[in-house]
Ligand binder design. Structure first.
Ligand SMILES: C[S@@+](CC[C@H](N)C(=O)[O-])C[C@H]1O[C@@H](n2cnc3c(N)ncnc32)[C@H](O)[C@@H]1O
Length: 226
């Protein structure tokens, strides 16, 4: 599917400016009050992730520039970090200070097969970019990558107009969303805003028990148990 290749290219090109979104910089700056709300809600999610530790082994899928790898690193003895963007992996490695206990690996998750099982598998702001017909195959791989009794943790976006750049819309057409880079290049990527019930159903039909939570405006997060 061309969209998946396109999505890889978009995130490769976006790697150097990706953190501006999370840290509310430049065109993602929504003003002091909304920025603070964003950070407060993100802190609730981070606390939830921390509550799963300590763990021995963790796998982070589509880890990007390491915003959440850094949080995972606080609770995991070893992390395997996968992403299709070598640019993002470089930033991630640098952000963490190139630690010995993190293995970075370039991988296309749609052509990846787990070869190990982990205590904790996490993916953040990733499931929303998985096309509907790839969701079950992806979750089946996550299941195989999780130790029996192990946990899966995820966080993703709720649909909120102030979650994105001031010159960008959160609207989607047939699960596709238009995104632009700082230099004006435009891409179309998959973006799905899951409701809690939908997310619960996805995990349960793939063999997990799951708890799904939302923050007031910005985030939806889940802890699943294999
Ligand atoms: C929205 S970003 C999330 C990054 C990170 N998890 C975070 O929360 O900051 C999506 C990530 O998925 C990666 N990605 C896109 N397509 C991929 C694929 N087919 N396989 C692996 N990673 C992919 C991108 O390179 C990017 O780092």
């Amino acid at each position: 599917m061309d969209t998946l290749r396109y999505q890889i290219e978009y995130y490769r090109a976006r790697a150097v400016e990706y953190d501006e979104w999370f840290y509310r910089i430049g065109r993602y700056d929504q003003g002091q009050a909304l920025n603070q709300q964003w950070f407060d809600e993100a802190a609730i999610c981070m606390e939830n992730l921390h509550s799963l530790g300590p763990v021995n082994t963790a796998l982070e899928l589509a880890a990007g520039t390491g915003i959440w790898t850094r949080e995972l690193h606080k609770i995991a003895d070893h992390i395997t970090v996968l992403d299709s963007s070598p640019e993002s992996l470089d930033i991630n490695r640098e952000k963490l200070g190139n630690p010995d206990n993190v293995t970075f690996q370039e991988a296309d998750l749609f052509n990846w097969e787990p070869d190990s099982q982990y205590d904790l598998v996490s993916f953040t702001f990733w499931l929303s970019h998985v096309p509907p017909d790839e969701v079950d195959p992806f979750l089946a791989k996550v299941y195989r990558a999780t130790k029996p009794g192990g946990k899966v943790w995820m966080v993703d976006s709720r649909k909120a107009s102030t979650s994105t750049a001031s010159n960008q819309s959160v609207e989607t057409r047939d699960v596709l969303q238009t995104r632009s880079l700082n230099d004006g290049r435009v891409f179309e990527i998959v973006k799905i805003y899951y409701q809690p019930d939908e997310l619960r159903e996805i995990f349960e039909r793939n063999g997990f028990s799951v708890e799904v939570h939302t923050t007031n405006t910005y985030f939806i997060y889940a802890i699943a148990t294999r």
